[in-house]
Every structure is written in structure tokens, then in C-alpha cells.
Design a binder for this molecule. Structure first.
Ligand code: TYD
Length: 211
């Protein structure tokens, strides 16, 4: 009931970042549930997306050698442009609380680990809204790999090779941006969830004015 001409409250963009196997998607589910219970209009999403470019990226998993570093970067950027235009920007404009599994810091870390210059990658992403908060999941690379292979029963794909992940982790560790908060993802699931909520809740409007 907005009788005045105030624009609707802008939403919030909260991104979950870190190496594979650190529990980001589990935590997004738990945190989304906790925020919905408190009355917030939550949207969960992920990159690579399920859109046309995201599907191409997922197809690359099997045959990574088939495209150059530059082409790979362009695909991630094209996927993100599509995501921003189709989902992120409209959701922000309608006051949603967006929880996004990976965003441009993943491009900096993964395509950076693949040999591209990190600052150039970040500059190429200036079109994308800056997140209100980036939660960086930190855990030993060996733990991430163990979780992927043991609990998911998956073989490591090309993005997930140990040596590469060590380089990815090093770039994540060196990122220094004001909206990044680091959490110890090796702690128990409920502890991690509570820490994430304690980072997010102070940034949110009161639920009644969120939409
Ligand atoms: P991931 O979140 O692991 O997807 P899924 O859970 O479906 O396997 O992301 C897939 C891989 O894509 C992951 O290893 C990281 C990589 N990636 C990049 O290399 N650059 C990017 O910009 C993004 C968003 C992801």
C-alpha cells in the first residue's frame, strides 16, 4: 500500500563466493528459509545461469580445451549481462532480497587462475551491480575436494582440479573490496548459517517496508 509517490525500496544483492565444495548452495537454501520466515521477499539464483550462455558454459565442463581463455571469459560475461538484465536488476527494483550463488568475484578468481589479469576481469564487470555483501566461503582446498567427491559422488570436472583450485583460492584470499566478508566454511552447518545471518540481517530493511 504505497499511496505516496515514493519509489519502492531498492532490494539487496547478496552474493555467495568461494571455491567449489565449501557449501554455498546448502547455505543459500538455509539462509533463504530463515529470511522468508522473517517475512523477507527472497529470490535465489546462481551463475552460471540456466540461460542460453549458462548452458553453453555447462557444456564446456566436459570439453574445456575447446575454447580459448578469452572466449571463456566472454561467455561468463555474456551470461552475467543476461542475468543482470533479466533477473537481478528487475528484482532489485522491486525490493527483493537476492541470494546469488557466485557472481563476478568468481570470474576474477577462476578466469584469473586460468591466466587472465584479475583487474582487467573486474573492469570488464563494471556493468554489473555491485553487491551489498559478498560472503566469501573459506575452507582448505582439500576439504572442498573431499566434499565434492565423497558427498556428491561426483568426479572432479575440469574446473575443479586441485591445482587449479589452489590458484583460485589464492586469488579469492587476496581480493580486497569493502563489501567482502569472509567466513570459515569448515565450521558446522548451523554455525555457518548463523554467522551468515548475522552479516545479512543488519543490511536489510524491516520486512514490512521491504516490498
Ligand atoms: P558451480 O557453482 O560449481 O556450479 P554447479 O554447482 O552447477 O556445478 O559453478 C560451476 C563452475 O563455474 C565452478 O567451478 C566455477 C566456475 N565459474 C567460473 O569459472 N567463472 C565464473 O564467472 C563463474 C560464475 C563460475
Amino acid at each position: 500500500m504505497n499511496r505516496t509517490n515514493h519509489p519502492p525500496a531498492r532490494g539487496r544483492l547478496i552474493v555467495f563466493e568461494g571455491i567449489d565444495g565449501t557449501g554455498k548452495s546448502t547455505q543459500i537454501r538455509l539462509v533463504a528459509d530463515a529470511l522468508r520466515q522473517r517475512g523477507y521477499p527472497v529470490v535465489t539464483t546462481r551463475e552460471p545461469t540456466d540461460g542460453p550462455y549458462g548452458l553453453k558454459i555447462r557444456a564446456l565442463y566436459a570439453n574445456r580445451g575447446e575454447c580459448s581463455q578469452g572466449e571463456e571469459l566472454e561467455l561468463f560475461i555474456a551470461d552475467r549481462r543476461h542475468h543482470v538484465d533479466e533477473l537481478l536488476q528487475p528484482a532489485l527494483e522491486t525490493g527483493r532480497i537476492i541470494l546469488c550463488d557466485r557472481y563476478y568475484l568468481s570470474t576474477a578468481a577462476y578466469q584469473g587462475a586460468n591466466g587472465m589479469d584479475v583487474d582487467t576481469i573486474l573492469a570488464r564487470n563494471r556493468f554489473a551491480p555491485v553487491p551489498d555483501l559478498a560472503i566469501l566461503f573459506e575452507a582448505p582446498v582439500a576439504l572442498g575436494i573431499e566434499r565434492i567427491t565423497a558427498s556428491r559422488g561426483e568426479h572432479l570436472n575440469d574446473f575443479e582440479k586441485a591445482e587449479g583450485l589452489t590458484r583460485v583460492a589464492a586469488i579469492f584470499a587476496a581480493l580486497d573490496l569493502p563489501y567482502i566478508r569472509r567466513i570459515n566454511a569448515a565450521l558446522p552447518i548451523e554455525t555457518v548459517r548463523d554467522e551468515i545471518l548475522s552479516l545479512i540481517l543488519p543490511l536489510l530493511p524491516t520486512p514490512s517496508s521491504a516490498d
